[in-house]
Design a protein around this ligand. Structure first.
Ligand SMILES: CSC[C@@H](O)[C@@H](O)C(=O)COP(=O)(O)O
Ligand SMILES: [Zn+2]
Length: 204
């Protein structure tokens, strides 16, 4: 696990350099088994992250091992692992594209269609497929927000991830590289949607 956390930390630093994790924002986790996962400690600068900046928690977000406080958003990671058994890695970033689009789209969902990069998502083999991205209202009440996310994850299948309004994006994957591929694909598509909105003068 030490080697995987080392590899993970390197990827997080690269995401920081893209400008997706300003001012200690973002959190990242890796599932160990059905009962526990490693998650970044709260308040860590993601440009300087190392394996010692992860703590081990249970599926209720309780600290099991490590130094520091689990991420303030640990419960969101926990519901993803509980609702999507195939997920082994969760990434949350505050990329400008995901943040801006969540402020422009007033609806609670974004519908993405027509992009070749949609094929980065499991089960999609054509650009004609439609991917739904829910937007949840941001909240500092994590148990309440986690409950809403859980309800959506249990009722809808094949979700790409979700946005928190004026906050950022969550994605997951069966491993680190799948989660990263989805994150990059999603951010690219959201950037295209934003550029199209600028050209056409509005969204949805
Ligand atoms: C520094 S503001 C961002 C935080 O409030 C939060 O949204 C975030 O992404 C990081 O929280 P953290 O507790 O460090 O995991
Ligand atoms: Zn955040």
């Amino acid at each position: 696990m030490k080697e995987r956390l080392k590899e993970f930390a390197k990827i997080i630093k690269d995401l920081y350099l893209k400008g997706w994790l300003p001012a200690t924002s973002g959190n990242f986790s890796l599932k160990v088994d059905d009962k526990s996962f490693f998650i970044t400690s709260s308040g860590k600068h993601k440009g300087k992250i190392s394996p010692k900046d992860f703590v081990l928690v249970d599926m209720e977000g309780n600290l099991l091992a490590g130094e520091g406080k689990p991420s303030a958003e640990t419960l969101l990671h926990a519901v993803i692992y509980k609702c999507i058994p195939s997920a082994s890695c969760v990434m949350h970033v505050h990329s400008p594209n995901s943040t801006v689009i969540s402020r422009i789209v007033k609806d609670s969902k974004i519908y993405l269609q027509g992009y070749e990069l949609l094929k980065a998502f499991e089960g999609i083999d054509t650009h004609e497929a439609e991917l739904i991205l829910p937007i949840f209202e941001n909240s500092q009440d994590m148990p309440k927000l986690a409950k809403k996310v859980e309800e959506e994850l249990r009722s809808a299948s094949g979700l790409a991830g979700f946005l928190l309004r004026s906050h950022g994006v969550y994605v997951w994957g069966k491993d680190i590289h799948t989660a990263l591929m989805k994150l990059e694909a999603l951010d690219f598509i959201l950037e295209c949607e934003l550029k199209l909105a600028i050209i056409s003068g509005g969204m949805q």
